[in-house]
Unconditional design. Sequence first.
Length: 462
Amino acid sequence: MKNQEECICALATPAGGAIGIIRLSGNDAITLTDKIFQSANGKSLEEAKPYTLHYGEIKDKDGNTIDDVLVSVFRAPHSYTGENSTEISCHGSRYILQQVLHRFTEVGCRQAEPGEYTRRAYLNGKMDLSQAEAVADLIASTNKATHKMALSQLKGHFSNELSLLREKLLKMTSLLELELDFSDHEELEFADRSELQALAEEINDKITTLAHSFETGNALKQGVAVAIVGKTNVGKSTLLNRLLHEEKAIVSDIHGTTRDVIEDTTLIDGITFRFIDTAGIRKTDDVVENIGIERTFQKMEEAKIVIWLLDEQPSASEIEEMKLKNQGKKLLVVFNKMDKLAFDKFTHSCGSDSSESESPLFISARTGENVSSLEQALVKTADLPEITENDVIITSARHYEALLRAHDSLSRVLESMEMGMSGDIIAEDLKMVLEELGEITGGHISSQETLNNIFKHFCIGK
């Protein structure tokens, strides 16, 4: 990471639109903007009040006008980064924006790194680390649910939950450590053990609930994984194209056309589904096709929902094999080509069991007939809860792993208490819980590698 004291600049909007915004942040942001900006009223930005907007011109080094602009002024600590900041609204021409950025580098700014504005906001105490990560999630949100989850985290709902847990743990840890100061009086116990056990169980339950929400959060954020499987030439690629509303996969009457996995996402009723078109399952001597078939079985493992696409009644052995490979998964049995074939003779015995599958659906992927019914069945089968802005849902693998580690440490606390261990051993495990929870919000993060890994995925300008 480069010098935190340097003034940084970056384009905050995509080039080529009607308006382009360039952001500056740093102690000298207002001073450096003043060097290349000439206000229409002749006043210096150094005199400007915070949260004010100023019209004028950006000049090149020879005094020629580059563009008419509006400059917004923000003064520390009341800005996004907690530093002096300006935002210059220019016309969206790529040439103009490049020239303005070049002028800022000429007078002493440097180009910002990805996520550096939000990183500075975190380092300056404007938000904790989980809120900083929510900024990237908010920008990347693709549906109503992911927007609400990111907004909830950005507003600090998750941070507040963790803060309450840590506050209770810290009080109990302090009492245990106080006992150590009076270790020569073994009869003294400042931390009531029954109260400590009740607290540990309460917090453990809360951590477990948060950790369990990760499955839902991950599905909403990454998309519900749906594998489309079946024999060759049953119409898997045609169905994928129909669901995605575009020609994503090659469609052919030749058996074994799809030899590798094809994935893409689409929204159905506000839920993101990640569809996976797989190689057709059949016995073949083709080495490449066999690799694709092996990947088909791997994707079935990863998927939450499996669409078993058929164009004929499967044999009893095929039904048993499909049940075996999809234990614990949601299996949708779908008969394709209803525009060409008669299905009166087909039974309803293809599901994994009555609790995990509906009756078979009959569709035509080619004409689109009944595909809307399949889409509604997918929404019902996904069974995702309605998310409100106040719900705390875990979407980050980093947060999830920290919660699991905290859960393990709390489990050791409860085991130590059952075994009648001394307060110093219990206190050490409680400290570990505090550290793991602190890792999420950044209260105890010192590793630059961790911070770099988080912010490298941000866009430049944020």
